[in-house]
Design a protein around this ligand. Structure first.
Ligand code: TXA
Ligand code: MG
Length: 339
């Protein structure tokens, strides 16, 4: 079993950090907190260590990893061969923080880390624990979310232990993640830059900093999927229990059978019926997008583990830009989308 070690989120004990860094330096796996979700770390320059990440997660080798550094200097020295003006501005504005930049990779980053791509995703995480760990290991650290492949990303150390406790050496536990959803992934190799995964940093915030509009390749909310059927392969980040997503106000929800159902309502409105529906097993309402991002994964994991819950229904009323990342993850978690 993994050793679960509590660390102070702001002032991590240097001895604990050194021990964890030693595991990374010898090719082992350490889960650590970032501001988005817990990451499963390995030495990004060691192909054998990277292979262990894919094996522990059961992750397909076609899915590239994000490389984490504690400084722009390390990003430029060891990870990327280009550092355009857009990267300068974005790093200054948002790093450390939940923004991943895709740029051409160096030879120090093996192809197994990027699924054979000539481009690498890099970011500087915000938590002092993560940055101290990377600095002590003195190398870039590859870290996907520390969940088993296709499961919900972990926002607590317990989530990591549930998924990977029997497969990794150590879990650093610094409590809940501040942001709760994975970083925004921005491709800087295209013109204009393109968001590949929406996240806590919005398209508008990026556009304001680089003075350019960005493209968005968020396929998951496209019209093609309007009538998504159960079992489609786009399903990702999913709870084990069936999750239905109701987009915007749907009169039919009022007719739905809601017993054995945990109902999560994001945004204002739509819920009057639910509040008066005695058969709703659990009702949770979140009106603030930041809180929605922070709590989504922990809520889904808790309901997945609650034997009373047979079905999860999420009502999403909001379409504004601050809700884009939550909508994206929900649409990937849903077996059925009603719109
Ligand atoms: O917030 C996060 O990004 C968390 C924490 C741990 O940093 N990490 C994370 O990693 O979410 P992961 O592996 O669960 O998701 C990484 C995603 C990939 O699925 C892919 O979509 C994108 O980032 N990505 C990584 N490298 C890429 C590349 N070279 N080209 C295009 N997309 C890439
Ligand atoms: Mg992931």
């Amino acid at each position: 079993m993994a050793e679960i070690v509590a660390v102070d989120p702001l002032n991590p004990d240097p001895n604990i950090i050194l021990k964890a860094a030693g595991i990374l330096q010898s090719g082992g796996l350490v889960a650590f907190p970032t501001e988005t979700v817990y990451g499963l770390g390995a030495d990004a320059t060691n192909p054998e260590a990277i292979r262990r990440i894919y094996a522990a997660k059961g992750r397909p080798p076609t899915n590239p990893l994000i490389i984490h550094c504690e400084s722009v200097d390390r990003v430029r020295r060891q990870c990327v061969t280009q550092w355009p003006e857009t990267a300068v501005s974005l790093a200054q504005a948002f790093w450390p923080g939940p923004l991943t930049l895709i740029l051409p990779k160096t030879n120090q980053i093996p192809e197994i880390a990027t699924a054979g791509l000539a481009f690498v995703g890099v970011r500087i995480p915000e938590t002092p624990v993560a940055r101290a760990l990377i600095a002590a290991a003195d190398r870039p650290i590859a870290a996907p979310s520390a969940n088993r492949s296709n499961r919900i990303s972990p926002t607590l150390a317990e989530h990591v232990a549930d998924d990977l406790g029997d497969r990794i050496a150590m879990i650093l536990d610094a409590g809940p993640c501040r942001a709760g959803l994975e970083s925004t992934v921005l491709d800087l190799t295209t013109d204009p830059p393109a968001i590949l995964r929406p996240g806590p940093i919005t398209a508008a915030e990026i556009a304001r900093v680089i003075g350019l509009n960005v493209a968005s390749h968020d396929l998951y909310l496209s019209e093609k999927l309007a009538h998504a059927a159960p079992g489609q392969s786009r399903v990702h980040y999913a709870p084990a229990k069936p999750l239905e997503l109701w987009l915007e106000r749907q009169p039919e929800i009022a007719e739905a059978e809601l017993q054995d159902t945990a109902l999560l309502i994001f945004g204002a409105g739509m819920g009057r019926r639910a509040f008066f529906a005695p058969e709703v097993l659990i009702l949770k309402k979140v009106e603030n997008s930041t809180e929605a991002e922070r709590s989504l994964y922990a809520t889904l994991r808790a309901w997945d583990a609650d034997p009373r819950v047979k079905r999860i229904v999420v009502v999403m009323n909001e379409v504004g830009p601050f809700w884009a990342a939550t909508r994206n993850r929900l649409s990937r978690a849903a077996r059925v989308i009603h719109r």
